[in-house]
Design a binder for this molecule. Structure first.
Ligand code: 26M
Length: 822
């Protein structure tokens, strides 16, 4: 209250130039004519950051003054993507910076290209968190994101002879102008040890005697709302060895051991685990989870809340939103704080705990549900394990009271699994403790309540809800697609940037030939730009004008990249065998982007096979360049921003009932690509909104897939009865794509598709091929296609993450926007 506000920077070219040169001279210590491109990039980034700083400090002051209900988004991943452009847009500096740098003879595009994106996430879940904090700021919600500052983010993917090779992601190597470390605000996080009887005598209390500690150092990132005067905070924690850590061992005289021990502590935030399903139960991963959760809870309770705050009123001040089960250890941590540290009775603590956590589930695959062995959890967090046991005892009593005599149900619902080893089921813990549980698309939420968490939904039907995912229109339309953004704004004004439903206003223009022509021109320019990017980034040459058919997502059997591959191989087989005349083939560029988890052998084999097929097709002159396969390595947010605006066709072909939502599907539709997709995840909602005639649906429905799987799926029957499918698979198996090699990846993928395939790719092959024929036919009519594309843009405003956040506010958080002074 007493600190005088910092004077805001002036929004003029002269002022911007002055600040930029000051940063270059005093921040980097160089003159403009001697500055490297990196010097200029860092100076520019800091200059832009400083323009937002006044608002940031103001937001923090207001947050402390207002004591409004706050949302803390707890997530092990924030896949932020490049920061510079987004910050310039939010601060309304894009034009000023452009002009200023042009006058100085500095090439802004060259500087932008230097930014290394913080890839602190695996895929959909991490990118969703990044979209959500953008929308929270833009919607003026008092909120903070909490996560981990990994020193190495998602690995950099390279291909060697077509095979994925992982390289460390050294994103910090050239400096990190977007973060502000605060080592003086480090908090301690404890691990290991044992528990002893407590002094206080309150019900449930024990005392934890840990045996090692690390310091958690906060690094703050600004999260600017879109030109609304609010700048929120993302707080990422980095692990440092404590001094105590040093003293113990240095005193023992073993210098080398002491230094090694520091490394051990600092390992905790060293690297992001690259699995995005089938968690491995690794000790370091659990250390990461508790590390960031314990630091984040302490941070909120001790620095955001006033010192005299009565924690009984906690539910009026906070919702901790749990992004999947990764932060669920927060539940026993809060209980420990209230019961052991603050001396509350168990029942009081549990009553409050049950009102402050809400849980978002992001999967349907049983193998993706996290469990922690009791053995490991008890060693690392002995007190938390005791607390989980007591939560479970009381929960099980509740189940028995509600369903007397139903011991099978008790076993199914227990937080503790007994088989194959004793383990804590984190999704059960989250569901028991959370006051709300949500899925991420209508179908997904339904399947959660009907299948994955059915017993829980029977017990607490009111607890389950849906919030369909969304994506931020600032990054994925306004920034990624300036051409389309300009066209939209010219037609309906710029209100759509923060109120995406306004895109509806474009609907009548789908019937306007001149509008469609301009829309096609923009798409064509975006394709040429994407072709330039591929050439410069990867040395990949593609035609500037072919249909861009994109499948970009993590490599997973359930997502069925192999079904896409079969389509390509079948086309190639048809052409080379003379069944399909070459001039009947729509020129297409198949674009793949996909990282495989390093230990996921079949996913890596699929990558190798896509690359082998691609190399063969791309080298085959007889195709006259009509088909191309482009598989740029290391697909990331930066590349997505160039690909998505260029795409004509969006491939969303998971087995129905397996993809929780998908968010790439939304980005493509919003940029005017048509979807070829199954009735899965948010595809269902996209199709409902754009209309059947503007969407290429294929494949089994979820009930059909579940039924086939239950009856027994026999891939051989499809192989034998569909001659085209057989021909494609046989061509694959023949070794023509692999230099005659029929073993290795070829044999393995052939067997995985034709012997037993949980994701039943062959069952949907015929229907997929038919859908692709409909795509070709539709694409041939440019006017009709662009009409559909415009309607896709006009009708998918629902998928703004602003709408998702509004749904969270209405259905879950009960928090309210707090407007800043502008
Ligand atoms: C867990 C334990 C150990 C190591 C890694 C993990 C882990 C990390 C990420 C597990 C899952 C992770 O992400 C899952 C994910 O990205 N799910 C996707 O979430 C999106 C946003 O809701 C949905 O759109 C996708 O359908 C869903 O697959």
């Amino acid at each position: 209250e007493n600190t005088p506000p910092v004077a805001a920077r002036e929004h003029t070219v002269e002022s911007f130039t002055r600040e930029f040169l000051r940063e270059l001279n005093f921040g980097q210590g160089v003159d403009l004519d001697r500055a490297s491109a990196n010097d200029k990039y860092l100076a520019l980034s800091r200059t832009v950051r400083h323009y937002l700083t006044t608002r940031w400090l103001e937001t923090l002051r207001n947050q402390y003054r207002d004591q409004a209900k706050t949302v803390a988004y707890l997530s092990a991943e924030f896949l932020l993507g490049p920061q510079l452009e987004n910050a310039m847009l939010a601060a309304d500096l894009d034009e000023i910076a452009n002009e200023s740098l042009r006058a100085l003879g500095v090439d802004l595009d060259e500087l932008r290209a230097l930014e290394i994106e913080p890839g602190l996430g695996n895929g959909g879940l991490g990118r969703l968190a990044a979209c959500f904090i953008d929308s929270l700021a833009t919607l003026n919600v008092p909120s903070v994101g909490y996560g981990i500052r990994y020193e190495y983010g998602i690995f950099r993917q390279t291909f060697e002879d077509g095979a994925q090779v992982e390289k460390p992601d050294t994103w910090l190597r050239l400096g990190s102008p977007w973060e502000l470390p605060h080592p003086e605000h480090a908090v301690e996080v404890s691990f290991g040890g044992h528990t002893v009887e407590a002094e206080g005598g309150n019900d449930g209390a024990r005392t934890w005697v840990p045996d090692w500690r690390v310091a958690a150092v906060p690094y703050n990132y600004m999260v600017p709302g879109y030109r609304n005067g609010r700048v929120n905070t993302l707080r990422l924690w980095s692990a440092r060895a404590t001094h105590e850590f040093d003293l113990q061992i240095f005193n023992a005289g073993d210098y080398a051991e002491a230094v090694r021990a520091r490394t051990f502590a600092e390992n905790i935030s060293k690297v992001l685990y690259p699995e995005d399903s089938t968690p491995q139960g690794k000790e370091l991963r659990l250390q990461q989870q508790y590390f960031f959760v314990a630091a984040s809870l302490r941070d909120f309770l001790e620095t955001v809340l006033p010192a005299d705050f009565d924690l009984h009123r906690l539910p009026d001040r906070i919702t901790w939103q749990l992004n999947d089960t990764h932060p669920v250890i927060a539940v026993p941590e809060l209980m420990r704080i209230l019961v052991d540290e603050r001396g509350w009775d168990w029942a009081d603590a549990w009553a409050v705990t049950q009102k402050v956590f809400a849980y978002t589930c992001h999967t349907l695959l049983p193998e993706a549900l996290e469990v922690w062995s009791v053995d490991l959890l008890g060693r690392l967090l002995p007190r938390h394990l005791e607390i989980i046991y007591r939560i479970n005892e009381e929960f099980i009593e509740e189940v028995r009271a509600a369903f007397p005599g139903d011991e099978l149900r008790v076993r199914r619902m227990s937080i503790i699994a007994e088989q194959p080893e004793r383990a804590v089921r984190m999704a059960h813990l989250a569901t028991v403790a959370g006051f709300k549980v949500n899925g991420v698309a209508e179908l997904h939420s339904q399947l959660l309540a009907d299948k994955v968490l059915h017993d829980f939904a029977q017990m607490w039907p009111g607890k389950f809800t849906n919030v369909t995912n969304g994506v931020t229109p600032r990054r994925f339309v306004r920034l990624a697609n300036p051409g389309l953004s300009g066209l939209i704004t010219e037609a309906i004004g710029d209100g759509w940037i923060t109120d995406l439903e306004q895109l509806r206003g474009l609907e009548p223009l789908a019937d306007d030939a001149e509008f469609r022509r301009r829309f096609r021109e923009i798409k064509a320019a975006n394709k040429r730009h994407f072709a330039d990017v591929l050439l410069a980034r990867d040395g990949i040459e593609i035609a500037g004008d072919a249909m861009v058919d994109a499948m970009v997502k993590r490599l997973h059997e359930y997502k069925r990249q192999s079904l896409k591959l079969l389509h390509i191989v079948s086309l190639y087989e048809g052409i080379t065998s003379g069944r399909i005349p070459l001039d009947a083939v729509t020129p297409r560029t198949f674009v793949f982007g996909a990282k495989a988890a390093p230990g996921y052998v079949r996913a890596k084999e699929t990558i190798a096979l896509i690359n082998a097929v691609g190399a063969t097709i791309n080298a085959d002159a007889s195709l006259q360049g009509r088909l191309k396969v482009a598989f740029p390595a290391n697909y990331n947010v930066t590349l997505a921003e160039d690909l998505v605006p260029a795409a004509d066709l969006s491939e969303q072909i998971s087995l129905a009932g397996k993809e929780a939502s998908g968010t790439g599907n939304m980005k493509f539709a919003l940029n005017g690509a048509l979807t070829v997709g199954t009735d899965d995840g948010a595809n269902v909602e996209i199709r409902k909104l754009v209309g059947d005639e503007n969407f290429f649906l294929f494949g089994m429905t979820e009930p059909e897939a579940a039924d086939l799987s239950a009856r027994g799926y026999d891939p051989g029957a499809y192989y034998e009865s569909d001659p085209q499918l057989k021909a494609a698979l046989d061509l694959l198996a023949s070794g023509v794509f692999t230099g005659g090699e029929r073993g290795g990846a070829v044999a393995s993928i052939f067997a995985s598709l034709t012997e037993r395939d949980r994701f039943m790719a062959l069952a949907d092959f015929r229907s997929y091929m038919d859908a692709q024929s409909r795509v070709d036919a539709a694409y041939a009519d440019h006017e009709a296609w662009s009409r559909s594309a415009v309607l896709n843009v006009a009708r998918t405003g629902f998928f703004s993450s602003d709408r998702s956040i509004q749904d969270y506010l209405d259905r879950i958080w009960g928090a309210r926007p707090v407007t800043q002074n502008r």
